[in-house]
Write a protein that binds this ligand. Structure first.
Ligand SMILES: *Cc1c(COP(=O)(O)O)cnc(C)c1O
Length: 365
């Protein structure tokens, strides 16, 4: 007797591989594999989370009213046009669910975030992969992939796993080159880490354009990855369509309380941003000193750095060597990067330690 047959497009999905937290032999080591906040979480967020323990028997507010209102006030948005989900991952899935299906095409870049491919394939859409230019998002290459079947373009800006950033002008040019019936999803999971520029203009586009969805998360800068709170902003018809397929209670009371408190703790956010900028720069400089050994850091505006191994030391050997030295980083052969390691900026000790271990592996000591 045979059991039920999964849809063929489901079986074409390569399962998501999360960042590891233990070594092969089960040792607990520094986890620099999931771009989490090395400074933890705002104490206000933790207190708010704990205060929710008295309400465990209650369902959360299915319309997320308080979260939407707080976000709208903070960013000057219309609360009716905010959607939220179980991490921004859910919001990314809702976009595919509402706007793509069998026969439709969904575009993202080769070194893109793995969730876009899963979200597109889940709904039976065809994935179209655009090449990068030296690891950075190439607007012309994306526009060249557009056909009459294109329904969605997903861009992470800054991008994961490359850390590269497309300027406001480039994003405007991408948007201008797309038909208005194509949904442009701008994934701003790392937007808080951008230095210098105030942002890529995505929110302003989402405010006025009929076809732009910006997604944000509490998992990275706000240090709330465990609580799974993400959100998005777009024109009302986009949000309305996505709400129809959203799980009614996808965000929890405790997570929502923690997110609202975290949003108010600007000191924690500023501190995290300054820490990240300082150690990202320091780490990238350290990698530059290993250029003779073929190591190269891709310029990053996020909370991690993609290190390329173009000499004798391979990324795979470095990955294993770092694990032996007590650091778990992300090796990404499944994402077309067998020659790269994505390394999260950790605490000062972790960042100095992983740089020293890489120096040793590269034979520079
Ligand atoms: C981490 C990350 C997310 C956020 O995921 P959550 O579901 O909100 O935890 C979204 N997009 C990218 C590119 C990421 O790296």
């Amino acid at each position: 007797m045979t059991g039920p047959t999964p849809k063929p497009w489901i079986m074409e999905i390569a399962p998501y591989v999360p960042g590891r937290s233990t070594t092969d032999d089960g040792r607990k080591v520094a986890k620099l594999s999931s771009n989490e906040n090395p400074l933890g979480t705002s104490p206000h967020a933790r207190a708010a989370f704990e205060s929710a323990a008295g309400r465990l028997e209650r369902y959360p507010d299915a319309s997320g009213t308080e979260l939407r209102e707080v976000l709208a006030a903070k960013y000057g948005l219309d609360p009716a046009r905010i959607i939220y989900g179980n991490g921004s991952d859910e919001v990314l899935h809702l976009a595919a669910g509402a706007f793509a299906g069998p026969g439709d095409e969904v575009i993202f870049v080769h070194y893109g975030f793995a969730v876009y491919e899963i979200a597109a394939r889940r709904v039976g859409a065809t994935v179209v992969v655009a090449p990068e230019k030296d690891y950075a998002t190439d607007v012309d290459a994306i526009l060249a992939c557009v056909t009459e079947r294109t329904r969605i373009v997903y861009i992470a800006n800054p991008n994961n796993p490359t850390g590269t950033y497309a300027s406001r002008e480039e994003i405007a040019r991408l948007h201008a080159g797309l038909r208005s019936d194509i949904l442009l999803v701008l994934d701003h999971a790392y937007a808080e880490y951008i230095e210098g520029d105030a942002g890529d203009g995505g929110m302003a586009l989402a405010e006025t354009a009929p076809n732009v969805l910006v997604t944000r998360t509490f998992s990275k800068m706000y240090g709330l990855a465990a609580e799974r709170i993400g959100w998005g902003y777009a024109a009302a018809p986009i949000i309305e369509a996505m709400h129809r397929i959203r799980l009614p209670f996808s965000i929890t009371i405790a997570g929502t309380a923690a997110a609202i408190a975290a949003l108010g703790d600007t000191g924690f956010v500023e501190h995290t941003k300054a820490h990240n900028a300082q150690w990202r720069r320091w780490f990238s400089d350290e990698i530059a000193k290993l250029g003779n050994a073929g190591l190269r850091a891709v310029p990053s505006q996020a909370n991690f750095v993609l290190v390329l191994f173009e000499g004798e030391l391979s990324a795979e050997a470095a990955y294993k060597g770092l694990m032996d030295a007590g650091y778990i980083v992300r090796w990404l052969p499944g994402q077309g990067l067998p020659h790269g390691l994505r390394i999260t900026i950790g605490t000062e000790d972790e960042t100095r330690g992983v740089a020293a271990a890489l120096r040793k592996l590269a034979g520079a000591d």
